[in-house]
Design a protein. Structure first.
Length: 559
């Protein structure tokens, strides 16, 4: 039964993202602007981790970017949770695009299946499970608004089981399993996902501490949380080391200007780009479930225990609350909220640049609550036997159809009509002429333009150079991640002065630069004019070695 459900969800995911399934080996999702840089950066990171585990474990933390800086893995999200899905395919085929697509789609399918299984466990109904899984898949966050650019956020398949275990009676087996699942799920994002798990569990334990009958359970949950943090220590230590080495790291980012604002009161349930913006029919099911439990049950008992439904609502509310940013408006007017005070008093909270990501806890809770609400509504219908089965199937089909309609169609709160076809982009590939030319050389590479702005180099150009480096495997002066090392910006400023001879000499001395790639199509006209003579004839230290489509490769050597 589980295998059949997995295949059904896999078909559903392929349908929702078509024609991605037909182009897995050559194209990537392009539903969000960040797909042009965050997704490419994730592919580069996973490719490096895969090779390092097999070829050079001692170099695992040394991404070949920001050259010659070492320990660069922990300047960005390392996406450890996606590695088990990426590594086998990449090592067998050498194709990072195929591996990255599978590391996006398969975990999303597994997350829907996990929600299905937990809802089925609580209700005894596979249809309720299907509603829970379908709610996750038809929430635009999953396949359109964020997760396509950061596939590790689609792999939340341990999250529903953490929610399930928190309802079980305390036991050593429960506690050890809970700690292991918290740690495993936190590998998806040791910053955001771990917080989205630990904060609700901590609040749940604190509430149970108030009741003497639940005090032992609360202490055991806290113990499981501590054990999970200990298990994560080898991962977290890398990020801590980077922060210690970079006291002003908050300023060492292209995104230091990016401070999202939460639009209240309806933003957490309807705004674009937040995980709790589930289909409105799912919210209606949750509301109907609350009403159904409040009304008396006469002929038969409720198919869902009020305690379990309340548990799903708890995760829903916690997720929505955590996802609200410190900067918020109420019907367009700026207001102060508890998150604002928290950001003022706790600097560590301010490091969560995009708190809306914490809303994944709410997405899990709302998906489960929608499935449970569906089961409660069905139990109120006056049908029995075969008629009840047919009505239940028809109801699930109608609800699922409405979720899909909302997923595709425009609606309130500025939700846009989705394109008929899933947008895709073609990333650099092994057979690109410029990639093959770079593969034949040796030494550090710099790709131009770096396109310096007041915030730093534009991410797209840096990420494309990184994706090419998966194939040619040469160190890069370029680089992109959540943050950059202290000396990176100065090197890019020098690079932006090229082909100036003094800037080239300084880069050679600092980095051992051997090759410069000039992407002429991407260069602003004034910068391209500065390069024209060098691209045709060369200049001191720079010698053209070939033109490949819109890229010119220059070797760095003495006259």
């Amino acid at each position: 039964m589980i295998g059949g459900a997995f295949l059904l969800y896999l078909c559903a995911a392929s349908w929702l993202t078509w024609p991605l399934a037909a182009r897995l080996a050559s194209e990537l999702p392009n539903t969000h602007p960040a797909c042009n840089f965050d997704l490419l950066q994730t592919g580069f990171v996973l490719a490096h981790e895969s090779r390092a585990l097999i070829e050079a474990p001692s170099a695992f933390a040394d991404l070949p970017i920001y050259h010659p800086t070492m320990g660069t893995l922990f300047y960005a999200d390392a996406a450890f949770g996606s590695l088990p899905f990426f590594l086998p395919t990449f090592l067998l085929t050498g194709n990072p695009t195929l591996a990255l697509n599978l590391a996006f789609l398969v975990p999303a399918v597994l997350t829907a299946l996990a929600l299905h299984l937990v809802a089925r466990t609580w209700t005894g109904s596979h249809l309720a499970g299907a509603i829970a899984g379908w709610t996750f898949l038809t929430t635009r966050w999953t396949f359109w608004e964020f997760a396509p650019s950061a596939p590790q956020y689609a792999g939340l398949f341990w999250f529903p089981f953490v929610i399930l275990l928190a309802t079980w009676p305390p036991s050593r087996r429960r506690d050890l399993t809970l700690a292991a699942l918290i740690a495993l799920q936190s590998l998806s994002s040791p910053v955001y996902i771990s917080v989205a798990l630990l904060v609700p569990l901590g609040v749940l334990a604190a509430v149970r501490l108030l009741r003497s009958s639940d005090r032992a359970d609360a202490l055991r949950i806290l113990g499981a949380m501590v054990l999970a943090v200990v298990l994560l220590a080898p991962v977290v230590v890398g990020y801590v080391a980077v922060r210690i080495a970079n006291p002003d790291i908050a300023e060492q980012s292209f995104w230091r200007w990016w401070h999202p604002t939460s639009v209240l009161p309806w933003g957490p349930l309807a705004a674009q780009g937040v995980p709790t913006a589930v289909p409105f029919i799912a919210l209606a099911l949750v509301g109907a479930g609350v009403v159904s439990l409040a009304l008396p049950w006469r002929e038969r008992g409720a198919p869902v225990a009020a305690r379990l439904f309340g548990h799903a609502l708890f995760w829903s509310v916690m997720g929505m609350g955590m996802g609200i940013a410190p900067t918020a408006t109420w019907y367009g007017r700026p207001i102060r909220i508890p998150q604002t005070v928290l950001a003022e008093w706790f600097p560590l909270y301010r490091t969560l640049r995009e708190s809306f990501r914490l809303g994944v806890a709410g997405l899990m809770g709302l998906s489960l609550a929608a499935g449970l609400g569906f089961a409660l509504c069905l139990a109120r219908l006056p049908f029995r036997g075969r008629t009840a089965t047919l009505v239940a199937m028809l109801s699930a089909f109608v609800v699922g159809g409405e979720m899909y309609r909302e997923y595709r169609a425009p609606g309130s709160f500025e939700r846009e009509q989705l394109p008929r076809e899933y947008p895709l982009l073609r990333p650099p590939a092994a057979d690109d002429p410029i990639v093959q030319a770079l593969s034949a050389g040796r030494g550090p590479v710099l790709e131009m333009p770096v396109d310096m702005t007041i915030y730093g180099p534009v991410p797209w150009y840096q990420a494309r150079a990184m994706y090419r480096a998966i194939f040619h495997r040469r160190p890069l002066l370029n680089g992109y991640g959540g943050y950059w090392p202290t000396d990176f910006l100065a090197r890019m400023l020098r690079a932006s002065r090229l082909p100036d001879a003094s800037a080239l000499a300084a880069l050679r001395q600092q980095t051992g630069l051997t090759t410069v790639v000039v992407n002429t199509q991407d260069m602003p006209p004034d910068e391209l004019a500065r390069w024209q003579q060098t691209l045709r004839e060369g200049s001191p230290g720079l010698h053209p070695s070939g033109t490949y489509d819109d890229a010119v490769m220059l070797e760095v050597r003495d006259e």
